[in-house]
Design a protein around this ligand. Structure first.
Ligand code: CP3
Length: 367
């Protein structure tokens, strides 16, 4: 079924994503709902992280916290969830360890591991159906947002998800995933394509539930060199970019703008602009003016890209970081969504984020 929601009062994000002229760049922050906010800890209470994701009431409350606190300064909400719900839906156990991050007690070690066959045999539609709590959270959040700003849905990119599934958590060496791609390239590709099929179905159901733009986080893209990026990240990103519009058409749902964030893959920016996404997210290793030059006249919007670490610095440093983005991205008065170059980090004072957001508004005000 399709839901009825209040009409959108602020559609800057959607217009920017489609490359339309905009009066100012829309602005939101990756991980804007999170540990730097005291009200996050309060609402989370003693619930564990994935319990919060599974409770539409808590997830929608957390999603709205930054929108309420920074009223008028944020132009989008992103549903509170995690990229690792897909490995869970594929039958793997994932825990969130306090102060350490995600942990898989039984990672996918090699193709002989019975989990390999079991993950591949899980039907994408069945896997996506298991994530019904995400769709419920999206629908409830849309209702609570009452059209104030658009709601972003998301998933992890297959490459990044496979990294977590075989490493069992964060990693410095990426030894396990490197063994997979260099010793078992065909099996790796089979898994990546399968995960992409789950992503397509999952994103389509997020749109049905009310997501108005979807973003694919390839947080570990920078672990691959240019050639390996082409071999192991691009095909599954393309599969999603082609598969989602087709699936939405089949379901009779409207197409929505799509964002890809291949973090760290600065060497492949030119190729990322041709992957079929409306928006390409940039991290802070990329110079804004240089990125715009590489994009040329292609109709792709950039999202980013200040160093999240600048929020630990002085007001002057923040103003300078914003000015660098404005000078590089905003000349054409279109094609830019302001953001950090990665998620906001714990320990940032929310008032410093408020200053950073105000500076984006101040320095892009049309006169
Ligand atoms: O506000 C938002 O952006 C929406 C919520 C969101 C979370 N995770 C909440 C979260 C989003 C979009 C994600 C995506 C995600 N999760 C990514 C891609 C983005 C990125 O940062 O590269 C990745 C790699 C993950 C996996 C993950 N989840 C890690 C590595 C960690 C631990 C480290 C960290 O930054 O906290 C998490 C936990 C997590 N996901 C928290 C939150 C608010 C912290 C949980 C807590 O300790 O309370």
């Amino acid at each position: 079924m399709e839901h009825q929601f209040e009409p959108l009062k602020n559609d800057l994000l959607l217009r920017a994503a489609r490359g339309e002229p905009i009066e100012r760049p829309p602005c939101w922050i990756m991980r804007q709902a999170g540990r730097y906010l005291p009200e996050y800890h309060e609402a989370k209470g003693t619930h564990d992280f994935f319990e919060c994701c599974r409770s539409p009431e808590i997830a929608s409350t957390l999603t709205l916290q930054p929108i309420d606190r920074f009223d008028g300064l944020l132009d989008a909400a992103i549903i509170f969830s995690d990229i690792l719900v897909i490995p869970q839906a594929l039958g793997m156990t994932v825990e969130m360890v306090d102060k350490k991050g995600p942990h898989f007690p039984h990672p996918l070690r090699d193709p002989e591991d019975p989990q390999y066959a079991s993950v591949l045999s899980r039907d994408p539609a069945a896997a996506a159906a298991a994530l019904d709590y995400v769709y419920a959270a999206i629908t409830l959040t849309r209702t609570k947002l009452a059209g104030r700003v658009p709601l972003i849905g998301f998933c992890g990119a297959p490459w990044t998800l496979l990294c977590y599934m075989v490493e069992g958590g964060g990693s410095k060496l990426f030894a396990q995933i490197k063994r997979w791609i260099y010793a078992h390239p065909d099996e790796s590709r089979r898994l990546l394509a399968h995960i992409a099929d789950v992503c397509v179905e999952y994103l389509a159901l997020q749109v049905r539930a009310g997501a108005q733009l979807v973003m694919v986080f390839d947080s570990w893209a920078g672990e691959l060199g240019p050639r390996e990026f082409q071999r192991f990240a691009e095909p599954s990103l393309r599969r999603i970019a082609e598969g989602l519009p087709r699936r939405l058409d089949e379901l009779g749902l409207p197409r929505v703008p799509m964002t890809v964030f291949p973090k760290g893959a600065w060497h492949s920016l030119d190729r990322a602009c041709d992957l079929g996404y409306d928006v390409v997210g940039l991290d802070w290793l990329q110079d804004p003016a240089e990125a715009v030059r590489i994009r040329g006249d292609r109709k792709v919007t950039f999202q980013g890209n200040a160093d999240p670490g600048v929020l630990y610095g002085t007001k002057e440093a923040m103003t300078e970081a914003v000015q660098t983005m404005v000078d590089g991205f905003w000349g054409g008065k279109r094609g830019w969504i302001a953001n950090l170059g990665h998620g906001i980090t714990p320990g940032v004072n929310p008032e410093d984020l408020r200053f950073f957001l105000s500076e984006i508004h101040r320095l892009t005000k049309s006169t």
